[in-house]
Structures are given as C-alpha cells and as structure tokens.
Ligand binder design. Structure first.
Ligand code: ADP
Ligand code: ASP
Ligand code: MG
Length: 443
C-alpha cells in the first residue's frame, strides 16, 4: 500500500514550506508515500509571462532564476542544482524569440517549473537523510494526447505507471513532477492550470493507493473560498460528487479532474494544510454525511464566464435543434457549463479560455446570437438540498434582498448543486450574503 502526497505551489515556495514538506513526509514514511509537487508559487505564471515576452523579443528569465537560486541558498543546497533546466529554458526562450510562440513551446517553457521544484524538494529530503529522488512523470509512464496546455491523459498511462519499477521500489521516496506529461511523440504537454492535483489522483488510481493527500495552504475544503468569505469554515467530509461540482464551479482548492480517477477507484482524497499539518482537513469520499450546519454544504463562484444566447423562433421546438447547437460547440471543442432553454431561445454559458469568434460565426447560421461577457456562475452544493421544498426560494430571496439580478438558473442534473449566473461584479457580494444566510445562520 502506498499514499500519494501532493504539495502545491505555496507548499514548496519558501524555505520554511519545504522544511515543512520534509517533516510531513518523514512522519508518514511507514505509508510508503509518493510525493507529487507543483512548481514554486508564482513560477508557472512567471514562466508563461517569460514565454510571451520572448515572443515580443524580450528575453528575461531573471525573476525565475532568482526565485530558484534564493531557495537553493536558503535550503543550503548545491547552487548549481537546477542550472541545466535554467539553461535549457533560456534556449527555448531564444527559439521562441526567433520562431514565435506556439502552445507546444509554451508547454515546454512551463515544464521547467515542476522539473526544478521536484529536484529541489528531493535534494532537500536527501540532505536531511531521507532516501529520495526526483522523477519526471513522463519518465515513469504519464502519456497524454497532443492538446497542448489542456492535454488529456491517455488511458495507457495507468498501466504504464502501475508497471513502472521505479514507483514500486521500496525504501525510497519518489518526488514526481505534477502538471506535466508527454504526448506520444515525446513532446512535453501540460494538464491545464492547477493540474498537479490531477497528476496525484492519476498516480493514486494507477497504484491503487490507500489515499491521495492534497497538501495546500488552507485547512481543507472550506464552506467558501476564504479569500472571499472570511467566516468560511472547514468541511469535515464531502462526497466525490459534491466536491466535483464545487471544484468545477470555481473552488480551485482541488482541480476538478482530480475527482474522476479517485471516484472510479474509490480512493479517498484528503485536503490538508502544509502550514497547519495537525488540522484534520477535509475527506472526500464516496458517500459523505450532511454538513453539521445543514443542507447547504458550500458555495463557490467561477468568474469570467460568457453567456451565449441563441434565439431562433423558426427552429425552437423543432426536433433535434439542441443537438444541432451542441454539435457546433463540439466541433469547436468548446465546453458548455450551464444550459437553459425557453420558448424561443437557448442560453449557454462557457468559460473564458476559448476564442469564441469562430463558434459565434457558426451559431449565427442557425439563429440570432447575443453574447454577454463578464458574468459569474455561483454554485451552491449539498446533497441534502434535493427533495427539500423551498430550497430555490430561499436562495433567490437572498439574491432579491441583495438586489442582485439572476440571469440563468440550473439545478444540476446531479441534484447535489444549484447554479445560477450573475454579473461578475456582483459575484463576491452574493457569495458572502448566501454564506451568511444559508450557512452561518444555521451553524
Ligand atoms: P495549491 O498551490 O496548493 O494547489 P491553490 O491556490 O490551487 O493551491 O488552491 C488553494 C486555494 O483555493 C486557497 O488558498 C483558497 O483561496 C482557494 N479556494 C477556493 N475555494 C475554496 C474552498 N471552498 N475551500 C478552500 N479553499 C478554496
Ligand atoms: N504549477 C501549475 C499551475 O500553477 C500546476 C499546479 O500548481 O497544480 O497551474
Ligand atoms: Mg492548485
């Protein structure tokens, strides 16, 4: 049996944090941990910026270099430990300056974050007397398609990881890169922002781990993002289904895809705080108790959402019209978050990552299109909500009291959530109000 311990950016971003990581892992050596790490906090953003700057002819890796060198120095490690990665990064940036930036070269640039952090964490653990080594996930079997920046895992990865002798070796702590992988051609890919959690879950599923631990900078999954709601509290237990909804609709504490391999293999996921390791955090399990504070377990919000409204009096009600619409979305590979239909229109919400220009052109062939940007989805989760009368009345009366206009409403097909769309500028205010009325008052 093994456990997977994933440490996020802030958990490896400073001398004190890396020291904590070592201590936390050391206390769990009897569980044969496999460690998965993110890039140092802020480094993935800095790498993306360096790639974009290089495209404009400006090559500047100084901030990235400094952050890693300072950490090496602070930890008392060999100051040349990540020199190979830093020089390779510089070469890639020079190539981008000459040849332009592609999603493929952007992923190559981003990969250095996790490649360097894994080396640093493993070296520090070794220095402290632990038998540890850094491994690149793609060297132990993680394979994706070639959809750079949002690559999908190839199912062969599970078999590859399971068979890999390095991961099975006893008495050694492997420190594996999160977030990055390679496609079948051997080009480096990434799994989408925040994807290290997903790497941990994949490795956990492949090795049939006892549990996957997500070590971060908060005491587990809280009733809302503590950066928005200061009274948010830790949820002891949450179901895979509830956690998936929450993550998908904005709670970035776990990457939404993390839940899939865990659910399929029924592996508990624990969310824990590197800076407060004695806190018991949150357990994500197959079936969870209702929260002590009642039926509403947590509230999340996802900003930067666009609503596309398709009006077609001619077509609506015609057999297969929705299929036509969704075919267009599929052709453009644009994922739909929420849908609501009326007599003459279909409204669909999408995230902000994609360029929707070509999609809109195609949709215009079937109806008139209205695009509303800068919206936010608010999502309330709790399996106890289903079958309770008056739940939506309660939610929307809070919106009414706050004088917030609600644009689209959807009761999730899973029945553990209720979502609606508001103006982005109103999102934090309604989350705070809903938390106060639905959660704090019931504690
Ligand atoms: P890491 O670098 O460890 O992966 P992230 O920044 O990706 O950490 O995720 C942790 C952050 O998620 C927290 O600092 C918090 O602001 C945010 N967050 C959003 N929603 C929630 C929630 N419901 N519970 C806890 N944290 C949340
Ligand atoms: N380093 C990556 C990011 O910042 C992956 C992660 O942190 O999970 O998105
Ligand atoms: Mg994260």
């Amino acid at each position: 049996m093994t456990i997977i311990m994933k440490f996020g950016g802030t958990s490896v971003g400073s001398v004190a944090a890396v020291q904590n990581v070592h201590k936390i892992v050391k206390e769990r050596l009897d569980k044969a941990p496999i460690v998965v790490v993110s890039a140092l906090s802020g480094i993935t953003d800095a790498l993306i910026k360096s790639a974009k700057d290089a495209e404009q002819g400006r090559i500047d890796d100084s901030a990235i270099r400094k952050k890693h060198n300072d950490l090496l120095k602070g930890l008392g490690l060999d100051d040349g430990l990540v020199d190979d990665e830093l020089s390779e990064l510089l070469e890639v940036l020079k190539t981008i300056a000459e040849e332009g930036l592609t999603k493929r070269s952007l992923d190559h640039v981003q990969s250095f974050g996790e490649r360097m952090s894994s080396k640093i964490v493993a070296a520090y653990m070794t220095k402290k007397g632990m038998n540890a080594r850094a491994l690149n996930s793609y060297d132990v079997g993680l394979v994706t398609d070639s959809n750079f920046t949002e690559a999908e895992i190839d199912s062969c990865s599970y078999e590859n990881l399971k068979k890999n002798p390095l991961l099975k070796e006893k008495g050694i702590v492997n420190v594996v890169t999160g977030y990055i992988a390679k496609d079948h051609k051997g080009d480096i890919t990434t799994l989408g922002r925040g994807g290290s959690d997903f790497t941990a879950a994949i490795i956990g599923a492949a090795l049939d781990a006892e549990e996957v631990q997500i070590w971060t900078d908060v005491d587990g999954i809280l009733t809302s993002d503590p950066k928005i709601v200061k009274n948010a509290v830790t949820i002891d237990e949450i179901s895979f289904e509830e956690a998936a909804e929450l993550a998908y609709f904005g709670a970035k504490v776990v990457h939404p895809k993390t839940i899939i391999p865990a659910t399929e293999n029924n592996i508990p996921v624990l969310v824990l705080n590197t800076h407060n390791p004695s806190h018991k955090g949150t357990r994500i399990v197959k079936s969870a108790r209702d929260a002590e504070h009642g039926i509403f377990k947590a509230i999340s919000s996802k900003k930067n959402v666009t609503i596309i409204r398709i009006v077609s009096s001619r077509m609506l009600g015609v057999y297969g019209f929705l299929a036509v619409i969704f075919d267009i979305f599929r052709n453009h590979k644009i994922a739909v978050d929420m849908v609501s239909t009326s007599e003459i229109s279909v409204s669909v919400s999408v995230g902000s990552k994609d360029d929707i220009g070509p999609l809109i052109e195609d949709l215009e062939k079937i109806g008139s299109i209205e695009v509303r940007k800068k919206r936010a989805i608010v999502c309330i989760v709790g399996k106890g909500m289903k079958n309770i009368p008056g739940v939506s009345g309660k939610i929307f009366s809070v919106c009414g009291d706050e004088k917030i206009n609600v644009e689209m409403i959807s009761q999730g097909a899973s029945q553990v959530n209720m979502g609606f769309i508001v103006d982005e500028g109103d999102a934090d205010r309604i989350v705070v109000a809903l938390h106060r009325e639905l959660i704090e008052k019931r504690r």
